[in-house]
Design a protein around this ligand. Structure first.
Ligand code: 5CA
Ligand code: ZN
Length: 409
């Protein structure tokens, strides 16, 4: 499928720095040293509802990763999926009495508009689960042929015990894994599985549900984890730099994905860093489509909120923190945007050379966006209180804020 249009990223003078970022698998900070083309896979939406602030916060984090890499003059190869067939999407379509294809298309189109408005850089490949099926089927067949998968009443399951590194992404114990598996799309209580945690790779066709030709697997549809592995391996290959998503994907999704890839290639890890964003909550609970406690990007836009203010609201939180969306968060961001725009609207101001370095320092230090905002705040206060004579400074600030934070002033 097509992605969305790219906003221009201004080139900054001086030298960009290498990104240090928290890797869930090793539990610490790693300094990434990508080649000339940095490779990143970010898990995309399941399009059965509009983009909420939690989604936006997660995509904001991985947009910053790319902006840091672009600042080092590297190219970025970014791939994202769309889970355009899965249980929650089909269930929502049935609940609302609508066509599941139409629902997925409508919500994906809205997501593209939201991402464009927020100036999120688009992926080079934006791939739906449905269009990935021809690539998924041979992988599932291969897993079965090497003994890493088995059949149960027509469905095909991955055997977690086939992977010596299973558990190396999440480091959870079996009980915690079992709980999360039940909560997040798994079926640990199904009788006949070799291990309760084993996830489905291929689901045999069910009455009244869509299905596709699966070759020797029979008609059916793909499991969730193999979808992302197939897309990531096809377009990025093994050992890419970052696999990203929200922290709700650590287990089972990214753990299982790493296992599938290990069984397929004999290599570990699939990604050099497993990077996870914290959860955004509303009224004390994780914002989620299934709970319905949502603030939509599109609803705020419809109310006339400037997307740059939405983006500043996201940037005011460290990507790894769990945080709460409130009206105050947005009001603070609107006020900050006003102060920054006033500061750069003058023809001259205090020197901004140190500011660009402060932004680089903050972002390469595990994407410390709040520290980056504080640095711009300090420059804006100086501008407001004392002004300055550096004629290029406001332009330098605008370009740096645009290039590194994705905010157009
Ligand atoms: N399609 C799968 C990934 S392959 C999926 O999880 N879709 S999703 O629509 O549920 O979520 C899309 C992305 O937003 C995921 O990275 C998820 O971790 C993230 N996300 C979902 N809810 C929140 C939240 N409340 N706060 C932060 N990130 C969230
Ligand atoms: Zn995914």
């Amino acid at each position: 499928m097509h992605a969305w249009p790219a906003s221009e990223v201004p080139a900054l003078t001086g030298q960009g720095r290498d990104l240090r970022i928290h890797d869930t698998a090793t539990g610490g900070l790693v300094t990434l040293d990508p080649g000339p083309v940095a490779r990143i896979y970010v898990c995309g939406i399941t399009p059965y509802d509009a983009t909420h602030m939690g989604h936006a916060a997660t995509y904001n984090a991985f947009d910053l990763v790319q902006r840091v890499w672009l600042d080092t003059k590297r190219q970025v190869h970014y791939v994202q999926n769309v889970t355009d067939v899965d249980d929650p999407l089909l269930e929502r379509a049935v609940r609302d009495g609508i066509d599941w294809v139409g629902l997925a298309e409508k919500e994906t189109a809205l997501f593209r508009e939201d991402m464009t408005a927020l100036r999120m850089l688009p992926p080079k490949q934006y791939i739906g689960a449905v269009e990935a099926i021809p690539g998924i089927v041979p992988l599932v067949e291969r897993l079965r042929d090497v003994g890493a998968a088995y059949e149960l009443e027509g469905d095909v399951y991955f055997s977690v015990e086939s992977d010596p590194n299973f558990g190396q992404v999440s480091h959870l114990d079996a009980a915690a894994m079992r709980l999360l598996s039940a909560e997040r799309g798994g079926d640990p209580d199904r009788a006949g599985k070799k291990n309760p945690l084993d996830p489905m790779l291929w689901m045999a066709a069910r009455e009244g549900e869509p299905s596709w030709d699966g070759g020797s697997l029979g008609r059916g549809r793909p499991g969730w984890h193999i979808e992302c592995v197939a897309i990531a391996l096809e377009y990025l290959g093994m050992g890419f730099d970052v696999q990203g998503g929200g922290s709700d994907l650590v287990f089972p999704h990214h753990e299982m994905g790493a296992s599938h890839a290990q069984a397929l290639t004999g290599e570990f890890p699939m990604a050099k860093a497993y990077v996870h964003a914290g959860m955004v909550a509303l009224d004390g609970e994780k914002m989620s489509k299934s709970k319905g406690n949502l603030v939509f990007v599109s609803a705020l836009r419809r109310d006339g909120v400037d997307p740059a203010a939405i983006r500043l609201a996201l940037l005011a939180h460290h990507y790894r923190d769990n945080w709460e969306w409130t009206d105050q968060v947005l009001a603070d961001a609107v006020a900050r945007l006003g102060r920054w725009r006033a500061a750069v609207s003058r023809p001259d101001g205090p020197s901004a050379d140190a500011l660009v370095e402060e932004l680089r320092e903050a972002l390469t230090n595990d994407l410390d966006a709040p520290a980056a905002l504080a640095a711009v705040d300090r420059w804006a206060v100086l501008q407001a209180e004392q002004g300055g004579t550096d004629e290029g400074a406001p332009g330098v600030v605008s370009r740096a804020v645009d290039a590194l934070l994705g905010v157009a002033l």
